[in-house]
Design a binder for this molecule. Sequence first.
Ligand SMILES: [Fe+2]
Length: 161
Amino acid sequence: MVHDIGKLRLGYYLYGRNKDALEIEEIKYVRMHPAIGYDILNNYGYEDVIAETVYHHHENYDGTGYPGNLKGDSIPVGARILRTCDVFAALSSKRLYRPAYDIETAIRLMIDEVKNFDMEIFLAFLRVSNSENFDSIRKFIQDINNKKTLNSTVTFMNLNI
Ligand SMILES: [Fe+2]
């Protein structure tokens, strides 16, 4: 619920934008959101483990993520779990520049980029996504994506940058 809270301070750059791709300068700015989120959560007294998870939620398992370019098990386990779930949420949500991918396509795209994920966590995610427990999530995703308009905050928080 709070992993992208740092984006709330990026509204000037993101709110109402209607471009296909972010400019390089914007990407650099938006990539500050994990650190901004970390500061916000620290100031509100969240436990360190939560703030650290948010700080590292864009690290890739192969070391190509940010902000720390951490690799493998040096990435906090919560951040590895969040990375997997966040990418799935982004792919299965509609964007200003593309419709939502269906769940099967989203998972196929994740398999193409599996180097980004902790394999053990990714396999656990696949088990969950194929279980009955996932049916309510599947329905939620379909309902959200079938709405004619999205709350700007929802759109804003779901940018996977
Ligand atoms: Fe994020």
